[in-house]
Design a protein around this ligand. Structure first.
Ligand code: CTP
Length: 425
C-alpha cells in the first residue's frame, strides 16, 4: 500500500474527472488506485472543479492538478500526460465529455489528454436518464466503443435529486475493478476479444444460498460471490447482456449487469431457470446448499428448559446445474458448472472432476483444487476448465477476472464450434 503523497512506482493512471455531481465519488476511485500502488495524475475539467476543488485532488494524488493547457506550458502537459499514461479512466464521464471525445474536440487538458493517449481508455458515464438515452449520446457511445474505448454501462438508482433511473455512476470499487481488468489485459475490454460476446445473453449465479430453520436462523456457506461477480463483470465488458443471480452477495453490483437477488436454493433455481429461457450460456458459480431443513418453523424455535438438544432433519435440494444440463431449454445453451475438489485414495482431483462433469452433463466444468482450504473468499483463483469433449485449459494462479476471461473464451469457442457445425456447406 502506498501512502497518499508518496511517489508510486506502479502503472501510470490518468484519472479524468468531468463536471457532474458524482465527481465526489471519484475521490474514492482515486484512493483505490493510489492505495493499490498506482501513480495517478488527476485531470479535472473546469466544471468538475466547481464540484470538488483542486486541493482535494492534489492532496489525494500527491501531485499538482490543473485543468487548462496554459499552465506549465514548457512541460507540454497537453501532450505529455496522455502520452505517458498506461491507462486513462474518466469518472464521471458526462454527456458533454463523451460527445467531445467522440468528435475529437480538445478544448481543455482532459480532452487533449484523451486525444493523445495511446493506452486503454475506460469511461464511466454519469448523467440523467434522458441524457443517457438521447440519440446523440447513444451515437457518441457507439462511436467510442467502436474505437475500442471501454464505456461502462451506468448503474440504475437514485440520481441527483429525488429522481431515479439509469445514469448513476457505477460504484467506485466496480470502476476500479473494470479498469484494472482492462489494464491487466493490455487493451480494450476483453483485450483482443473486444466485444466478442455482443448480442449474447449470459446468466451467472454467484454467492451462497441460505436455508432457513426459522425466521432468524439459517444454514449457509462461506461463498463470497467474488468469482461470479468477476464472471458477470467480464462478460459485460466483452459486450454480453448479463443477468447475475446473486445469493446473499455483499459486493458492489457490477456495472451494466442486471442483478436478481435471491436467498434460498429454491429462489436461486427459479431465477436461474427463468433467466435461462433466452440465454446463450449459464454459468453456475454459486454454491447452492445441497440440503435444506425438511421444514421451516414460521416462528422462532425456542430451546427447552431441560437443557436438551435439538434435531434438524435435512432433505436434498434439487441440483440446478444437472437439471439445466438435462433439460436444455434450447439446444444452443452452453452450461458451465464449478467444482471444488480434493484428491483422495479413490482418485485425483481431475479424475473426480471428470466423473462429476459426466454425472452433471454440463458442457464445461471449472475445477478448483481446494485441498488445504485454498480459494474460499480469496482474491485469486487457479483452476482447470474441463470440457465435455475431453479438452482442458489450465489457468495458473491469478485474479478471478483472469479465470473469468478463460471461461468466456471457452464458452465462445463452443458457440463458434456449434455454429460451424450447423452451417450448411
Ligand atoms: N449446484 C447446483 N445445484 C445444487 C448444488 C450445486 O446447481 N443444488 C452446482 C453449483 O453451482 C456448481 C456445481 O453444481 O456449479 C457444484 O457441484 P456439487 O455437486 O455441489 O459439487 P460439490 O459440492 O463439490 O459436490 P460433491 O460433494 O457432490 O462432490
Amino acid at each position: 500500500m502506498t501512502e497518499p503523497g508518496a511517489p508510486a512506482s506502479g502503472p501510470r493512471v490518468v484519472l479524468g474527472v468531468s463536471g457532474g455531481i458524482a465527481a465526489y465519488k471519484a475521490c474514492e476511485v482515486l484512493r483505490r488506485f493510489t492505495e493499490s500502488g498506482h501513480d495517478v495524475t488527476v485531470v479535472p475539467t473546469a466544471a468538475a472543479l466547481r464540484f470538488v476543488g483542486a486541493p482535494t485532488w492534489a492532496a489525494l494524488s500527491g501531485k499538482p492538478v490543473g485543468d487548462d493547457v496554459w499552465t506549465d506550458v514548457h512541460r507540454v502537459p497537453h501532450v505529455r500526460i496522455g502520452q505517458e499514461a498506461d491507462l486513462v479512466v474518466v469518472a464521471p464521464a458526462t454527456a458533454d465529455v463523451l460527445a467531445k471525445a467522440a468528435h475529437g474536440l480538445a478544448d481543455d487538458l482532459l480532452t487533449n489528454t484523451l486525444l493523445t493517449a495511446r493506452c486503454p481508455v475506460v469511461m464511466a458515464p454519469a448523467m440523467h436518464t434522458e441524457m443517457w438515452e438521447n440519440a446523440a449520446t447513444r451515437a457518441n457511445v457507439a462511436t467510442l466503443r467502436s474505437r475500442g474505448i471501454v464505456v461502462l454501462e451506468p448503474a440504475e438508482g437514485r440520481l441527483t435529486g429525488a429522481d431515479t433511473g439509469k445514469g448513476r455512476l457505477p460504484e467506485p470499487a466496480e470502476i476500479v475493478a473494470a479498469a484494472l481488468d482492462v489494464l491487466g489485459r493490455g487493451g480494450a475490454a476483453g483485450g483482443a476479444e473486444g466485444d466478442d460476446l455482443a448480442g449474447r445473453h449470459v446468466v451467472v449465479s454467484a454467492g451462497g444460498t441460505r436455508e432457513y430453520l426459522d425466521p432468524v436462523r439459517f444454514l449457509g456457506n462461506r461463498s463470497s460471490g467474488r468469482q461470479g461477480v468477476a464472471l458477470a463483470r467480464t462478460a459485460a465488458a466483452r459486450g454480453a447482456r448479463v443477468t447475475l443471480v446473486a445469493a446473499n452477495v455483499e459486493l458492489a453490483d457490477p456495472a451494466g449487469v442486471s442483478v436478481v437477488r435471491v436467498e434460498t436454493t429454491a429462489e436461486l433455481r427459479e431465477a436461474v431457470l427463468a433467466a435461462s429461457a433466452d440465454a446463450d450460456a449459464v454459468v453456475m458459480a454459486a454454491a447452492p446448499a445441497d440440503f435444506r431443513p425438511a421444514s421451516t418453523s414460521a416462528t422462532k424455535i425456542k430451546k427447552d428448559d431441560d437443557g436438551g438438544g435439538a434435531e434438524v432433519h435435512l432433505v436434498q435440494n434439487p441440483d440446478i446445474l444437472a437439471e439445466l444440463a438435462a433439460e436444455r431449454p434450447h439446444p444452443g445453451l452452453v452450461v458451465v458448472g464449478f467444482a471444488a475438489e480434493t484428491g483422495d485414495e479413490r482418485g485425483s482431483v481431475l479424475e473426480h472432476a471428470r466423473a462429476k462433469l459426466a454425472r452433471k452433463g454440463c458442457d464445461l466444468l471449472v475445477v478448483n483444487d481446494v485441498s488445504g482450504g485454498k480459494v474460499f473468499g480469496s482474491e485469486d483463483n487457479e483452476a482447470v476448465v474441463l470440457d465435455r469433449d475431453g479438452g482442458s485449459a489450465t489457468v495458473p494462479l491469478g485474479s478471478k477476472s483472469a479465470l473469468a476471461h478463460v471461461v468466456w473464451d471457452q464458452v465462445a469457442s463452443r458457440w463458434a464450434a456449434s455454429s460451424s457445425t450447423n452451417q450448411t456447406p
